[in-house]
Design a protein around this ligand. Structure first.
Ligand code: 6PG
Length: 248
């Protein structure tokens, strides 16, 4: 497991989910525009769960700036092992509010395969997709978007699981703890998340407050989110409910 290092980290506190989503959208659009001045394509890994929904809607609407979608490639940091048409599918959620609303070529969208009852084969297939995209070099997403669970998990990297120590494989089948949606998951590992130039966490609501505090104030290494240390920039977009001002 990587130890927390001193990657430049900025915490952005906003009034609510709408405000943090708008700020994250503005920052992401600006980053994409800047990076595409000097490279041909931008590789963005989407987060699952419900928090990023508003961000995706804003990106689709272009309200924070129109994006050159033909030069952007979309991936996922993790997926629930359900068909892509299932309500719990991260791919389905992103297609509904983002992908089906933007002029992005189908070849630029790289969902994690969950085709049937072969999670190990599908995880290996996604790892091959990533290795091919990154020309068998290190996995260097331009940005990975991430959510945070109240237990400090991110992507499908849950506390006290062996996947956290895996520094070989890029994609693993994991089993979520009992209370989570869908137990069988496919997740990118920490080496993939940390190979990214930037990581952006999105979290909102009082349910996340304890986990945010343990990661940001205590650097609690028992929480997987603490070990997300991208190469250049780490941003947290939070609302006041999960990151209250110190002296209000
Ligand atoms: C998933 C996500 C997971 C999610 C957190 C937060 O597939 O569920 O990858 O890591 O980001 O559980 O979920 P919410 O945004 O729904 O609170």
């Amino acid at each position: 497991m990587t130890s927390p290092s001193d990657v430049p980290t900025t915490v952005h506190r906003h009034a609510d989910l709408e405000a943090l989503s708008r700020a994250a959208a503005r920052a992401l659009v600006a980053d994409i525009e800047s990076v595409l001045e000097s490279q041909d394509r931008y590789a963005l890994a989407l987060a699952g769960g419900s928090t990023p929904r508003r961000l995706y809607e804003l990106l689709a609407a272009g309200t924070e700036g129109a994006l050159p979608w033909p030069r952007i490639h979309l991936f996922w940091g993790d997926e629930r092992y359900v068909p892509p048409t299932h309500p719990d599918s991260n791919t389905r959620r992103a297609r509904q509010v983002l992908i089906d609303e933007i002029p992005i070529p189908a070849d630029n969208v790289h969902p994690i395969p969950t085709q049937g009852d072969a999670p190990e084969a599908d995880a290996a297939a996604y790892e091959a997709i990533l290795r091919r995209f990154f020309s068998d070099g290190p996995p260097t997403f331009d940005t990975v978007l991430l959510g945070l669970g109240s237990d400090g998990h991110t992507a499908s990297l849950f506390p006290e699981t062996s996947v956290l120590a895996d520094d070989e494989r890029w994609v693993r089948v994991v089993t979520a703890p009992p209370r989570h949606d869908v137990s069988t998951r496919i997740s990118c590992t920490l080496p993939v998340l940390n190979g990214a130039r930037r990581a952006i966490f999105l979290a909102a609501g009082p349910r996340k407050r304890a986990a945010v505090h343990r990661v940001l104030n205590e650097q609690d290494e028992s929480l997987p989110a603490t070990h997300v240390q991208p190469r250049a920039q780490l941003d947290w977009y939070l609302d006041r409910a999960c990151w209250p001002p110190k002296h209000d």
